[in-house]
Design a protein around this ligand. Structure first.
Ligand code: G4P
Length: 526
């Protein structure tokens, strides 16, 4: 197969949702269709329960399993599908944001009863920033929920997406009979007792046909006709180009647990979803079909066994062919590296691969050479863009409680930050170290891992910060003045970039007003 054929074959995407909307269930059903797993329940363990009881021991357990489920690859209708797993827990949102840099499209799962929830909003806003094509799957139609049209309005309003329904539910909850596939003009009938089987599908081009009343009953048929009329009037016809540019989102309805509507979603997905897309680097745009290999690290996974402090770096292949045992340039380290055991994640098994193509993810065994965002190429100096750090929401001072282990603590902190567990800021004047995280859970994780993997002990002291803002200014003189005046509020991030540590939203506003020439950002890339 040629490189272009390999690229055309691939679909790399992520499933995102607010916890409990059904991401894990949908993932599992897709894997069942792809033959990657044989029984339901195989992916179930891959989640930290969202309840308040989850603690860092859950995370430790999770780390053990999630290497295998980080990427789930399978073949379906001659396509190679790579599903990238994203943690559902909000404390790991940063991990999810980074994974989104390695996908070409996403499926958003929404619970029909709950509608658009907080985490959905955040994740979709990250996708929109990157113009990632989005498909929406409205789940749990076997339960009572919101009215379909109201829900589409809510999605448009809260998520800012222009939606185009490609299927439409016939009733819901107890009255749920199935969906009408608007895309293929087919009636898909739900069989609540036939879990795991392909549901009955009838081609039905004309909804005015009285046979519809016989099949679903008069009332439901009338309702469906009315609703489809409204949809045809209100929403534009689906346009793939608009979807691919991230400006239009097709919507499907179904019930993942009952395996209903999943096949329709998958069949349509493989048709319309983008093949591996070009990626922006600081130097130029990289096209997948270029001969030379290039890729970047978007995730690092530490070994849970403290005796082996090795890790797996996950590399998204962006162009050319990646080959085992070939020398590649590690751009940041300015060094050639060769990988004898790169792994792929076909069918949830880890296997050594000889080669990988754009859209694929390879796991590279790492002894500390990689950081998130690192570029690997055949030789060309390329720095992949678009893996920003987001401002953390919680901050604490790190306090070393065993001075004899200072070296271990510093090393541990650096390595954990390279892995992306949290962000480290060093205050400009006091040189005190501050850890910033999205959720409180990470503080426990860091403490636990420093002790178990590095033999270092730390504790935390509270510090009252609202946000970390990366700052820039076109005029170096004005930037210098700002740095001098605000020194006590400034810190440096892992790359030495200046960051303004804002104590409150109000305080930040005042500083912004006082320094109109300075730009403040909540992400490290702007
Ligand atoms: P998540 O990964 O997005 O967090 O969601 P997950 O798939 O774990 O689903 C959350 C809960 O919703 C699960 O129930 C799951 O069984 C249920 N669920 C998923 N899809 C559907 C659906 O189409 N209809 C209905 N009625 N429920 C659905 P749970 O009780 O939390 O877990 P479990 O005990 O069933 O494992």
């Amino acid at each position: 197969m040629t490189l272009v054929e390999e690229i055309q074959k691939r679909r790399t995407f992520g499933i995102i949702s607010h916890p409990d909307a059904g991401k894990t269930t949908l993932t599992e059903k897709l894997l069942l269709f792809g033959g990657a797993i044989q029984v339901a329940g195989a992916v179930k363990s891959n989640k930290i329960k969202k309840s308040a009881t989850s603690d860092f021991m859950d995370i430790e357990r999770q780390r053990g399993i999630s290497v295998a489920t980080s990427v789930m690859a399978f073949e379906y209708r001659d396509r190679k599908i790579n599903i990238l797993d994203t943690p559902g827990h909000k404390d790991f949102a940063e991990d999810t944001y980074r994974t989104l840099t390695a996908v070409d499209s996403v499926i958003v799962v929404i619970d029909v009863a709950k509608g658009v929830e907080e985490q959905t909003e955040k994740l979709v806003s990250v996708c929109k920033m990157r113009k990632t094509p989005i498909i929406v799957f409205i789940n749990k139609l076997d339960r009572e929920g919101k009215d379909g049209i109201d829900l589409l309005d809510e999605i448009e309003e809260k998520l800012g997406l222009s939606v185009v329904p490609l299927s439409w539910p016939i009733g819901m909850g107890q009255r749920f009979q199935g969906v009408y596939n608007l895309y293929e003009k087919k009636l898909c009938l739900f069989n609540p007792h036939g879990k795991q089987t392909v549901e009955e599908t009838i081609t039905f081009t004309d909804l005015a046909d009285p046979e519809l009343d016989e099949i679903v009953g008069e009332k439901a048929a009338e309702e469906l006709r009315e609703e489809v009329n409204i949809i045809n009037e209100v929403y534009p016809a689906f346009d793939r180009t608009t979807y691919l540019s991230g400006d239009e989102s097709p919507v499907f309805f179904g019930s993942a647990i009952n395996n209903f509507g999943v096949k329709e979603l998958l069949d349509c997905f493989v048709e319309i979803a983008p093949t591996p897309l070009p990626r922006q680097t600081e130097e130029r745009v990289v096209i997948p079909s270029e001969d030379d290999f290039s890729g970047f690290v978007f995730k690092i996974h530490a070994n849970i066994d403290p005796r082996h402090r090795d890790r797996i770096a996950f590399v998204r292949v962006c162009s050319g062919k990646f080959q085992r045992n070939k020398n590649y340039q590690h751009i940041r380290l300015k060094r050639k590296l060769k990988f004898s055991n790169p792994t792929s994640f076909m069918a949830a098994r880890k296997e050594v691969v000889e080669e990988a193509f754009p859209g694929d993810i390879v796991g590279l065994h790492d002894t500390g050479n990689f950081k998130i965002g690192d570029s690997l190429t055949a030789g060309e100096e390329l720095h992949f863009k678009g893996i920003p750090s987001f401002s953390p929401e919680q901050f604490r001072y790190v306090v070393n409680i065993n001075p004899l282990k200072t070296k271990q603590l510093n090393k541990g902190l650096i390595q954990l930050m390279d892995e992306g567990v949290a962000q480290l800021f060093v205050m400009e004047t006091s040189q005190r170290k501050i850890i910033g995280t999205v959720g409180a859970l990470q503080f426990d994780v860091i403490q636990y891992r420093l002790e178990h993997e590095y033999g270092a002990s730390c504790t935390y002291e509270p510090v009252n910060f609202h946000k970390a803002c990366w700052v820039s200014c076109e005029d170096p003189q004005k930037m210098k003045e700002f740095v001098n005046r605000r020194k006590k509020d400034l810190a440096r991030d892992k790359d030495g970039k200046p960051v303004y540590m804002a104590e409150s939203a109000w305080g930040l506003k005042t500083v912004q007003e006082n320094h109109p020439d300075i730009s403040f950002y909540f992400t490290s890339e702007f």
